[in-house]
Write a protein that binds this ligand. Sequence first.
Ligand code: SF4
Length: 113
Amino acid sequence: MPLWFARGLRRGVVTTRYPARPDSSASHLPTPPAFRSGALTREVADGLVATCPSRALARDGGQLVFDVGACTACGRCQEHAPDAAISSGVFELAAATRTALVKRIPLKGEARP
Ligand code: SF4
């Protein structure tokens, strides 16, 4: 039985402090993608939207809308368009509001919002 579990039972504390540093295993975890605007044409964006099984991606005119909160980090978008979607390496996604997890990425050649 892990020591922290026994200590929690003894003290009646069910939470722990946020770790001071990421666990070493974190570098092996899959992370949500990051998107390269310069490689995102409308065709590529539509292909990414069709590829995403969790509906985390949508195209809104000249923007790719990425709902990080819906992403399962499955990696299918990166397999589909490796030039446009890369691993972000970020797995800590806490945000104060749900809308803060929705990113809008301008497509190549489209005006920025
Ligand atoms: S990693 Fe998977 S769930 Fe996340 S955006 Fe890409 S295809 Fe969608």
